[in-house]
Ligand binder design. Structure first.
Ligand SMILES: NC(=O)C1=CN([C@@H]2O[C@H](COP(=O)(O)OP(=O)(O)OC[C@H]3O[C@@H](n4cnc5c(N)ncnc54)[C@H](OP(=O)(O)O)[C@@H]3O)[C@@H](O)[C@H]2O)C=CC1
Length: 374
């Protein structure tokens, strides 16, 4: 179970993305001179799954010779990855989605060797341990257990190590294993940003609200259901019939089976909603607005179109995270929903799983064993 205080720290850590990223003296020191101990860390290569071009699953390539991350800025940390969460965004990025936009945000220092984003490491969620800290890092020490949602313009977590700004990581809640923790960061920040920052929901204004979550059974949906339910909202979800019990177990009050016919018909017969979170897209916008209450505060928030703009706007952008810090720290229980775990050698199978859809929570890759993970 994840408490709200931990979630708040995770989201708040994302507020500070990039604020302090300026090159410092640290980068001019030889790498090994900056390290405290352990000759194993004077490495230049590491195991990773990379892609050298965009495409389908065949482009995934395992290598033992991926570049070992180098701290270029004094606020950076190197994290040893124990577990990596996969999301639809990884499948989309494997196929080149957002490549042009993301290339503009990539740090030239990190692509100078190859002259392009390749070899590219995917994987947006990470749980692991701090391996090395830049000189200005105050809040973390080597060995701290941390988790993070990795911005899509940075190298990902399907590797033994990942380089992040200290502002992008936060301490992992002790109550979660690394595998459980890796199921949360990206969907949590996405759901939080959509519901809190854009939707205006807070723990103290949900009690009389009716929330509709279109697509409740996937990564974002399972998190969003638990979050608004814990805040006292009445939660209606749409999902396949075989996910009904699963979602009721997470707290959904009313479940509508979208496979039984046009879902807008049963939804139209229900009392109107204060907020709709759309994880599905398609033609939803053409009918969903009619399901909202006729007051100016009622909101329709979509995560689907246009995908990359919304990922930036809702899931990653710095400023959108700020109001999360104002949320009170009343304990809120969120259960990580890990549907399936794959080993590091099974990354292509993990991608296949995510690509097939029909998720019932999250897919996680165990990169190496640590903490309570066995
Ligand atoms: N994961 C993230 O952090 C982010 C996600 N997004 C976007 O948000 C959306 C949801 O992401 P995520 O939860 O990770 O996706 P998942 O693939 O984890 O889940 C999607 C879920 O929707 C269900 N579903 C499919 N079609 C419908 C439908 N018509 N009505 C109701 N349910 C349906 C699927 O199950 P079944 O097919 O069995 O019904 C599945 O459980 C995606 O479009 C994604 O691109 C955007 C930013 C970040």
């Amino acid at each position: 179970m994840l408490k709200m205080t931990s979630l708040r720290r995770l989201v708040h850590s994302r507020v500070l993305l990039h604020l302090s990223e300026s090159p410092g003296v640290h980068s001019s020191l030889p790498r090994c001179a900056r390290l405290l101990s352990t000759s194993s860390r004077c490495r230049t290569v590491m195991p990773a799954w990379v892609i050298d071009k965009y495409g389908s699953n065949e482009v995934l390539r395992f290598t033992k010779n991926a570049s070992f991350p180098i701290i270029n800025y004094p606020n950076e940390v190197i994290v040893k990855v124990f577990a990596a969460g996969l999301s639809p965004i990884d499948v989309a990025m494997r196929g080149g989605y957002g490549a042009a936009t993301l290339s503009m945000k990539r740090d030239p220092l990190n692509i100078k060797q190859s002259g392009s984003e390749f070899p590219l490491v995917l994987g947006r969620d990470v749980s692991g341990v701090i391996m090395e800290c830049g000189l200005d890092v105050k809040h973390f020490r080597e060995g701290d257990e941390v988790w993070a949602a990795i911005p899509p313009w940075k190298q990902g977590s399907l590797a033994e190590f990942v380089l992040l700004s200290a502002n992008e990581v936060s301490h992992k809640p002790k109550c979660l294993s690394h595998i459980e923790a890796a199921a949360i960061p990206y969907v949590a920040t996405t759901a939080w940003s959509a519901l809190v920052n854009t939707g205006g929901l807070r723990k103290d204004n949900c009690a009389n609200k009716r929330i509709l979550i279109l697509g409740g059974s996937g990564g974002v949906g399972t998190f969003a259901v638990q979050m608004v339910k814990a805040w006292g909202a009445h939660v209606t979800v749409t999902c396949s019939q075989n996910a009904e019990q699963f979602l009721r177990g997470l707290g959904a009050d009313h479940v509508v089976d979208y496979t039984a016919g046009p879902v807008e018909e049963p939804l139209s017969a229900l009392e109107k909603f204060d907020l709709i979170l759309d994880n599905v897209g398609g033609d939803t916008e053409s009918w969903a607005l009619k399901l909202l209450k006729p007051w100016s505060g009622a909101k329709y928030v979509t995560l689907v179109t246009p995908f990359m703009q919304n990922t930036d706007r809702l899931g990653v952008a710095d400023g959108m995270m700020q109001s999360a810090a104002t949320v009170a720290s009343k304990a809120l229980k969120i259960r990580p929903v890990v549907e399936e775990t794959f080993s590091f050698s099974q990354v292509p199978q993990a991608f296949e799983k995510v690509e097939k859809g029909h998720a019932r929570g999250k897919t996680v890759v165990q990169i190496s064993k640590g903490g309570d993970d066995v």
